[in-house]
Design a protein around this ligand. Structure first.
Ligand SMILES: C[S@@+](CC[C@H](N)C(=O)[O-])C[C@H]1O[C@@H](n2cnc3c(N)ncnc32)[C@H](O)[C@@H]1O
Length: 236
């Protein structure tokens, strides 16, 4: 894997081999991101595009090329294979989202599958949000989703092995607000959870205003009981 100087990454290439099996049940986010892409008048960018699970339906639905940024050569290789099968075009770029830079400002930048949680620190996220802000057209939108950390779930699952969807063990490092997903077949993916106020703070410092915070992909209102943050933001 190409090393991105000065930037540590939490994504283990061992995870790439099983990612499609891991994400097989994840489908409800696709129409949400497709709808935002249809509304966007200009370039579309997916951060952490992975195997193209969302970018391919977005490209098919809009008839437009999606720029897909990812730091993992193994995931990008899968995206290349899938785009060839789907006969659709993606502009795939091996890069770290913390170093996002585009030639032309985008109308929509989105980051599905909680992938912003792979960024270990608040300053990694601030840097990413600032890069996104600089890469958008004045009317451009930034959308992403992330889980709301649930201590009851963490207490129940910490240290447990599960065979579904791919054999793995979860570990919660509460002091570091981190979840480690370690596959039996090798490879750990780490996610650093964030609170609602951290997300709102990132929008604030990077010059965004909140357009909507939903509690799910059907645009249901966010409530105290919601377990997913689905954010849509605009430049201020
Ligand atoms: C959970 S997958 C999401 C893939 C895809 N967006 C989807 O919705 O299925 C997370 C992806 O984030 C990528 N990733 C992790 N850290 C990254 C970073 N700093 N910059 C770019 N990509 C990163 C990984 O390589 C992996 O492909």
């Amino acid at each position: 894997m190409r090393h991105h100087p000065g930037l540590s990454t939490s994504w283990h290439e061992g995870f790439a081999a099983r990612y499609d099996e891991w994400a097989a049940g994840m489908t409800e986010d696709v129409p949400f991101y497709v709808a935002l892409a249809r509304e966007a008048d200009g370039p579309l960018v997916e951060l952490a595009v992975g195997s193209g699970r969302v970018a391919i339906p977005v490209a098919l639905a809009t008839g437009r090329t999606v720029i897909g940024i990812d730091s993992s050569p193994a995931m990008l290789e899968q995206a290349r294979e899938r785009t060839a099968e789907a006969e659709v075009e993606l502009d795939l770029r091996e890069a770290d989202m913390r170093e996002l830079a585009l030639d032309e400002p985008a109308a929509l930048i989105y980051c599905p599958a909680r992938a912003l949680l792979h960024l270990p620190t608040w300053s990694d996220r601030r840097r990413t949000f600032e890069r996104v802000a600089r890469s958008l057209r004045p009317s451009g939108r930034f959308a992403w989703n992330a889980f709301a950390f649930d201590h009851a779930i963490a207490a129940r699952l910490d240290g447990l092995h599960d065979d579904e969807p791919v054999p793995h063990t979860l570990r919660y490092a509460v002091g570091d607000n981190r979840v480690d997903i370690t596959l039996d077949s090798g490879g750990t993916s780490s996610l650093w959870w964030a609170t609602k106020n951290e997300w709102l703070g990132l929008l604030d410092v990077a010059g965004f205003e909140l357009e909507a915070l939903y509690g799910g992909f059907d645009r249901e209102p966010f409530t105290e009981d919601s377990r997913e943050y689905v954010f849509v933001a605009r430049l201020r």
